[in-house]
Design a protein around this ligand. Structure first.
Ligand SMILES: [Zn+2]
Length: 290
């Protein structure tokens, strides 16, 4: 894994999210788990070599942040927001999370096929969170502080984890750095508020949910891209375009590739983003008109 400092390790070059861990004087705190079995097991072993895993924090419910929990057997506590717990591996219209995790195996982790559980085995121990948050929280582990901020927007249960002693924060999918942003389960108004909030946190380094490690500057870039997205769809809605017309003509396919291993999903991501934003804009309009 990439070593960001004496105590902080992340993995940004595999299919799925950017999982990481922080080594403290009293054990390890893991933030998200790799989706691919061999990567998940390798990270589990690597983290445990530094001490017991005291906490595993899931920053959201999307499969690429939680599926690997299955391989993290000896963890004292798993932490998430209530909305992440409630949506854990639930099937929503665009994605069946178990099937999505399975789909990546032949191309991205053929060796993981032997480690991939059948559906019954997986659901017998998905290692769901046992500490459920309704807002911010703080953990003290050894000489480290973990400020957990509820930053909804990309998902309703989105969390950021600030480690002031390391001057670093893990912002999860509130930032996609240099790759397409997934808006499927988003609430853009909440997302803008969360970016504002994270801009006030005093750190030097940001671990985004996808793409290379960056700085707070990337929060401005993410906000600009979200503004472009919402503006493009809002203008089309203003012109009276139907959802189908938007799906056919809009999007930002040329801006970025989709993150590692998912390049083939560009058309799907674009269309699901458009549909999500169209619904967000038109549902609000219809509520206001009542
Ligand atoms: Zn996500």
């Amino acid at each position: 894994m990439e070593k960001l400092s004496e105590n902080v390790f992340v993995e940004t070059r595999i299919r799925g999210c950017n999982p990481g861990f922080v080594v403290t004087s009293e054990g390890v705190v893991v933030i998200d788990t790799p989706q691919l079995p061999t990567k998940a097991l390798a990270m589990y072993e690597e983290a445990r070599a530094y001490g017991p895993i005291r906490y595993l924090i899931n920053t959201e419910h999307h499969v690429d942040h939680i599926f690997g929990n299955y391989y993290f057997d000896e963890v004292e506590h798993i932490v998430s927001h209530r909305a992440t717990f409630d949506n854990f591996m639930t099937v929503y219209p665009q994605i069946n999370p178990y099937e999505y995790a399975k789909e990546a195996i032949p191309t991205d982790d053929p060796e993981g096929a032997a480690l991939f559980p059948d559906e019954k085995t997986y659901f017998s121990k998905p290692n769901k969170p046992d500490i459920i948050l309704d807002g911010d929280s703080e953990l003290k582990v050894g000489d480290h502080t973990f400020q957990i901020l509820w930053t909804p927007g990309h998902t309703p249960g989105q969390l950021a984890v600030v480690v002031p002693e390391e001057r670093i924060m893990f912002v999860g999918d509130t930032v996609f750095n240099g790759c397409q942003t997934w808006l499927y389960t988003s609430d853009l108004n909440a997302w803008f508020d969360s970016i504002d909030r994270l801009l006030e946190v005093d750190v030097d380094v940001i671990v985004p949910g996808h793409g290379p490690v960056c700085t707070k500057q990337e929060l401005y870039v993410q906000r600009a891209f979200l503004l472009e997205w919402i503006t493009q769809i809002a203008v089309a809605v203003g012109k009276g375009w139907t959802k189908e017309e938007c799906l056919e003509n809009l999007g930002f396919a040329n801006r970025f590739p989709v993150d590692i291993g998912q390049e083939y999903m560009l058309d799907d991501v674009t269309k699901n983003n458009i549909a999500s934003l169209y619904d967000q804009l038109t549902v609000k309009m219809s509520v206001e008109n009542k």
